[in-house]
Design a protein around this ligand. Structure first.
Ligand SMILES: Nc1ncnc2c1ncn2[C@@H]1O[C@H](COP(=O)(O)OP(=O)(O)OP(=O)(O)O)[C@@H](O)[C@H]1O
Ligand SMILES: [Mg+2]
Length: 340
């Protein structure tokens, strides 16, 4: 059963904007974004729109195109085609550097494997980046102090990077992209490798950033890692968004169906054939010795199904049913391949 944190409700807001209508409230607009690496189609006709203060989870398996999408938005990688508009500025490459400069000042991008300089102190590292962002030297102590505070690592300022844990390094990477106070944060797999405690802390930081007015895109291949702090979810597979929902709607999907697991003693193949054409049965798979499927009907209709199975001389040894988690909903749209 999916646990929906009541606190998260504060993050949720309705998302009713018609898909094709340009809204003055939008801060990121992506339409038909496409990117090839040689003949490999990495991002395929991708579209989504975000409003200010959206926290958008881009979820997908390895190789789905998450990093490629984020790197294009961060202007590190060139798109092949499609429209990208960031805070009113269209992403264009043939207008000198103007468009890119404007977009870069609006965006803070935290890569999945930030290159860190292990022999520096945390404060030296941030100082280096403050310079790289062309922040006025007089302002450095202030912006560094604030970034450290927001990332919750003020006490680490004089520590060497080398001895820091992964969670602490992650926060330092976050502090770095806050230095120039960007409106938009692109975080590539920020929760990867964090222990549960560090993940809770990350969640608090993200909530704080959202309150400060930031719009955030977070990628992950594990929905559970980020479901607490996203108000919108895009499920990406093979470079395409296969589902785009606000979190509330996705959570509602979990009550639309039941996951069933049946152990059959006799006539297993007959049971499989019967279930594979039953109208309310979806995603039928063998799960070791059991048949596993999603049932799209009520409990009464499920009881009816069992009754018919028994009438057909299919001997059911055990029958389990459970409510899907958000993770199951995600799997439903991605990896689990049904029996054909
Ligand atoms: N620089 C590159 N050169 C060639 N192919 C690439 C390059 N970068 C990515 N790809 C390919 O593009 C596809 C999308 O990769 P991408 O890194 O965007 O996926 P991802 O969703 O971030 O995956 P992961 O969860 O593993 O980080 C993959 O098939 C990948 O092999
Ligand atoms: Mg990636």
């Amino acid at each position: 059963m999916a646990y929906i944190d009541p606190e998260k409700a504060a993050l949720d807001k309705p998302y009713n904007e018609p898909f094709d209508e340009q809204s003055s409230k939008e801060i990121i607009r992506v339409r038909g974004l496409t990117k090839y690496f040689d003949s490999k189609l990495a991002v395929n006709d991708l579209s989504f729109t975000l409003e200010p203060q959206d926290v958008f989870g881009l979820i997908g398996p390895n190789g789905a195109g998450k990093t490629t999408t984020l790197r294009i938005l961060a202007t590190i990688l060139r798109k092949d085609s499609g429209e990208v508009v960031i805070d009113g500025t269209p992403l264009e490459y043939d207008t000198g550097m103007e468009s890119l400069r404007k977009i870069r000042s609006t965006i803070g991008f935290m890569p999945d494997f930030p290159g860190l300089y292990d022999d520096l102190l945390v404060s030296e590292y941030l100082e280096f980046y403050a310079r790289a962002y062309y922040i006025d030297e007089k302002m450095h102590p202030f912006v560094i102090k604030e970034a450290l505070e927001i990332a919750g690592i003020t006490e680490l300022a004089n520590r060497e990077i080398e001895g820091l844990s992964r969670g602490m390094k992650q926060r330092m990477g976050l502090a770095r992209i806050l230095l120039h106070d960007p409106k938009i944060l692109l975080l590539d797999e920020p929760a990867a490798g964090l222990d549960p405690r560090a993940r809770v802390e990350l969640r608090e930081i993200i909530k704080g950033l959202r309150k400060k007015g930031k719009t955030i895109i977070i990628s992950s291949h594990i929905l559970e890692d980020i479901e607490d702090f996203c108000n919108r979810i895009g499920i990406i597979e093979d470079g395409r968004i296969v589902k785009l929902e606000d979190m509330d709607t996705l959570a509602k999907e979990t009550i639309k169906y039941t996951i069933c697991k049946v152990t059959i003693l006799k006539n297993r193949e007959q049971a499989k054939d019967f279930l594979s054409v039953y109208p309310q049965v979806q995603n039928l798979v063998w799960d070791e010795e059991n048949l596993r499927f999603d049932f799209m009907g009520s409990d009464e209709e499920l009881a009816q199904l069992l009754k018919i199975m028994v009438q057909k001389d299919i001997e059911v040894l055990s029958f389990n049913k459970e409510r899907p988690s958000l993770e199951d909903v995600y799997m439903k749209f991605t990896e689990r391949k049904p029996i054909t």
